[in-house]
Design a protein around this ligand. Structure first.
Ligand code: ARG
Length: 732
């Protein structure tokens, strides 16, 4: 709830901790620095004083106006953030954000994940794979009024449909041409809506990625950890047609010319310096109820840890000695591992339950305030919300396992094709949004991608696992259509029956073939109903249940939205009275966060310095993944060949650094900017102790982990000889 937090300036902390000054002197000379907050650009002018005090040197308009630099240089990849770094559409982002594109271009025999990739000329740059798009935000407009008006007095499904209807209209008006992509983003649980207009660029190529032993150094062991030594950066390039139109990959396409691009500050930051991140944080839950945290901690995270770790074991077992299949699942495994370690971090973080207790206390204070101010509607909504949340969890185990089952490549393709054929019978405007014509390229891309991300043996084993978990649930949690298909009786795992059916299905299906999948995008419902493909048949059998569930879930979500909206309206009023600026929870829209480069104390008696250096790579190096490194890199470090990237104070080249900036997943790849908005690094992770700050921010523990620009440049210059790119960024 609170947004501006008093914090001790880091330089003084470190002086104090080194015994140079006393604690009271350190505290006395402090200034207020904003730490918590993922701000919408329009909020920046109100924060001008704090931003300036923190050290920002450019006019505030530069970070509130979308048409000004550096805002024009920051882009979204949909799941990660990135930025333009040359007039020729060169884009820098994280290695783990480009990982899908690297994996897509890799085979067992030509494994770019392992080797890394560098295109010596424009012509050598590789298509990033279907669905890798770049989004440049061009306009953000408050559209709360028409949406709230449409929903007035409506509940359940009627409310859901009314809100969706207006959103569809707004999007349609907004999308004037093929290059324009619009969406309506929900803020504060439905109290505010913004129409976001983006330019989408559909030909995005892989330009340069260091070897895995640099880009993912430390692997999943070091993931979410400090001290860190990961070169988590890669380069992409946006292409358009020679006429400047946004089109899918074509060899004739030419580099896109962005409005502006970031310039590089090759000297980087020093401890205590101002730092800022502009990017697209995915999701936080800071305005959620304490009760929602408790559900996540007692049920959701343990489920994820248990069953997704199992999924990783299954994939590893099934791909052992089959390197080609292993490459296909590299990207999936990385994301599961990231997710399960995040879940474990949540649990470890909440071992101390004090923050949850404090949050409950705050909710109590809000209730009292609401009583005093006669906010009966808000109070009733709060009670209602609790009730609705309980309802939404009624079938949580079943939903979890069937979700896992339906995420399999074959079944998800079949479900999607079956739904598409059905939706096509309606006029476009009445279709479920994901099946409207504007999204057919997304459907096609997902069907194409299966080619390089699917292995029947693995898919089958994962389906088997999810189904066995489902089968063992109590009888009344079962779905008759699924039970009939697999011959399940409920209350028992039935591994043999499941295995027998799945085996036949995978042997017979034609959906493993790309051409077949794509051809079925044109199929009519009759043709699919007559299809003898077992996955299409299963999709057909499950369809009535899926549709019924979807309707029920939509109605429930609309009621939750209604209750949350009423609650949030009062909560914001309450915060305003207390004089706290409030930022909305992250929702994959453009945000600004600012603060300071500094270290932290992760636990009793331990202080973490804010920089790591090349020295640490030698310390961690074992010669085996995940602590392998290119031979050349090790030689250069041992020779102390640091070039101009050397930092005198550190006595080496900085590799990663920490700041107190407030980010979350989705911010990955965001440019780290200095006081003049020059590029000094990339955000790529949070520290382990910050994981649960997605729920409750803690300024003492929340740190962002960045890769230092000097390490990026050193690798490009000395290890990978990426001269063409250094020149393009005007570094050399
Ligand atoms: N923790 C990073 C994030 O969520 C992802 C890092 C990916 N690396 C890995 N070893 N799996 O943004």
């Amino acid at each position: 709830m609170s947004a501006i937090i008093q914090s001790v300036l880091p330089k003084q902390i470190s002086l104090w901790k080194r015994g140079v000054i006393s604690l009271s002197a350190a505290l006395l000379s402090t200034a207020a620095v904003a730490v918590e907050g993922m701000w919408q650009p329009w909020q920046m002018p109100a924060l001008e004083k704090q931003v300036k005090q923190a050290g920002f040197e450019l006019p505030i308009e530069s970070i509130s106006d979308l048409n000004k630099h550096p805002m024009t240089a920051v882009v979204s990849l949909g799941f990660c953030s990135a930025s333009f770094v040359s007039p020729q559409g060169l884009i820098v982002t994280n290695h783990h954000c480009a990982y899908g594109a690297i994996q897509y271009n890799s085979t067992d025999k030509n494994n770019l994940i392992e080797k890394g990739f560098y295109a010596p000329t424009l012509k050598d740059e590789l298509p990033g794979g279907p669905g890798l798009y770049v989004y440049v935000t061009e306009d953000i407009k408050d559209v709360s009024k028409p949406l709230l008006k449409a929903a007035e007095g409506l509940h359940g499904l009627a409310r859901y449909d009314a809100l969706e209807g207006v959103q569809k209209q707004l999007i349609k008006q907004c999308e004037s041409d093929d290059a324009t992509r619009c969406r309506v983003a929900t803020f504060h649980g439905g109290l505010k809506y913004y129409l976001i207009k983006q330019r989408q660029i559909k030909d995005v190529r892989l330009v340069y990625a260091p070897a895995d032993s640099i880009g993912k150094f430390g692997g999943d062991i070091d993931n979410w950890m400090w001290p860190r030594h990961t070169g988590d950066f890669s380069f992409l390039r946006a292409y358009v047609s020679p006429e400047g139109k946004s089109v899918e990959y074509s060899p004739d396409n030419v580099p896109y010319q962005p409005k502006t691009h970031l310039s590089v500050n090759p000297r980087g930051l020093q401890e205590g310096d101002f730092a800022m991140i502009i990017g697209y944080p995915g999701r936080t839950s800071r305005h959620r109820l304490a009760e929602e945290i408790e559900n996540a901690v007692s049920w959701h995270y343990p489920m994820v840890i248990k069953h997704y770790n199992k999924a990783v074991q299954i994939i590893e077992g099934q791909t052992k000695n089959r390197p080609d299949a292993a490459v296909k699942y590299a990207s999936y495994i990385a994301s599961i591992n990231n997710y399960t370690k995040n879940s474990q971090g949540m649990l470890d973080g909440f071992r101390d339950t004090a923050p949850i207790t404090a949050k409950k206390q705050k909710e109590q204070e809000f209730r009292q305030w609401a009583q005093q101010h006669n906010k009966q509607q808000a109070l009733a909504s709060l009670d209602n919300l609790n009730q609705l949340l309980k309802e939404s969890r009624q079938h949580r185990d079943r939903d979890f396992f069937l979700g896992m089952f339906q995420r399999g490549s074959m079944l998800s393709a079949a479900n999607r094709l079956y739904r598409l054929a059905d939706e096509k019978q309606k006029p476009d405007a009445e279709r479920e949004p994901a099946y409207q014509e504007r999204n057919w390229d997304r459907i096609r891309n997902s069907l194409v991608q299966i080619d390089r991300r699917y292995d029947p043996q693995v898919d089958q084993a994962l389906a088997q696992y999810a189904l066995e978990q489902y089968a063992a649930l109590p009888k009344d949690e079962h779905v008759p259509a699924i039970d009939e298909w697999f011959g399940l009786k409920g209350d028992q795992r039935d591994p043999q029956r499941i295995a027998k059916t799945l085996k036949k299905m995978y042997a017979k299906t034609a959906l493993g073939d790309k051409q077949q999948r794509l051809a079925l995008m044109e199929a009519t419902p009759e043709q699919l109903n007559d299809s003898r493909d077992p996955f299409i048949q299963l999709a057909k059998a499950m369809y009535p249940w899926r549709m019924k569930k979807e309707k029920h879930d939509k109605a429930l979500s609309a009621d939750i939205q209604e209750a949350r909206t009423n609650y949030m309206a009062a909560l914001l009023e309450y915060a305003k009275e207390k004089g706290e600026p409030v930022y909305a929870d992250a929702n994959s829209t453009l945000r600004v966060t600012f603060g300071t480069m500094q270290g932290y104390s992760p636990k009793d008696a331990v202080w973490y310095e804010p920089f790591t250096t090349l020295r640490g790579i030698i310390e961690k190096y074992t010669g085996k993944p995940p602590f392998d490194a290119p031979k050349k890199e090790i030689e250069l470090i041992l020779k102390r060949d640091f070039g101009p990237y050397y930092d005198e104070k550190l006595g080496s080249v900085p590799v990663n650094f920490l700041s107190d900036l407030d980010i979350t997943g989705g911010n990955s790849g965001s440019p780290t900017l200095d006081a003049k908005a020059r590029l000094v690094g990339l955000a790529f992770d949070g520290n382990y102790e910050s994981i649960n700050t997605d729920w409750i921010f803690n300024p003492k523990l929340a740190r962002t982990i960045h890769v230092d620009i000097r390490y990026m440049l050193w690798i490009m210059d000395k290890v990978d000889n990426a001269e063409r790119l250094l020149k393009e960024m005007q570094v050399n």
